[in-house]
Design a protein. Structure first.
Length: 162
């Protein structure tokens, strides 16, 4: 892959938390990032099942993954529109930039809690860089097993709307 994020994860410079229990269950699963069809399936990067292999369980997984991705994208869109400093490289030391982003998140969440989220909804279009990689052989069995675990969990523990 050609992204800094992949290189950081691959080089163990970004470490995910230890696996934990999924909500309302005794199912243990690793922490993962969410991707769309364009990304490779990796043990830490979940993507939808291919459309030509959908069962009800897999379709449900794809729907829930898409919903989660949209929620995250919307949250980042709101954050981006309010805090323009994150629209470009923060020109400072890495540690200070890391703290700035954390402080922005805390301030942002505090404001949303006080004023309500609807007041901050805006349409935002962000430019993204193109990333390419070479697929090396078959999809890793470990990544498939993790995705299957999430799919089974989502079937056993359907969404609960409160």
């Amino acid at each position: 892959m050609a992204s800094d994020l992949f290189n950081f994860i691959d080089g163990k410079r970004i470490i995910f938390p230890e696996p934990g229990f999924l909500p309302h269950s005794n199912v243990t699963a690793p922490y993962v990032m969410l991707g769309d069809e364009a990304y490779p399936l990796l043990p830490y990067l979940m993507k939808p099942y291919e459309r030509n292999s959908l069962t009800d369980r897999r379709h449900n997984f794809n729907e829930r993954l898409t919903r989660a991705r949209k929620t995250v994208k919307c949250a980042f869109g709101i954050l981006y529109s309010k805090w323009r400093i994150i629209s470009k490289a923060i020109e400072t030391e890495v540690e200070l930039a890391d703290n700035i982003v954390k402080y922005i998140c805390v301030l942002h969440n505090t404001i949303l809690e006080k004023e309500g989220v609807e007041r901050h909804l805006t349409d935002v279009t962000a430019q993204s860089k193109s990333v390419s990689w070479k697929r090396r052989g078959r999809l890793p069995t470990e990544a498939k097993n993790i995705r299957d675990l999430f799919a089974l969990y989502m079937e056993e523990y359907p969404l609960r709307y409160n």
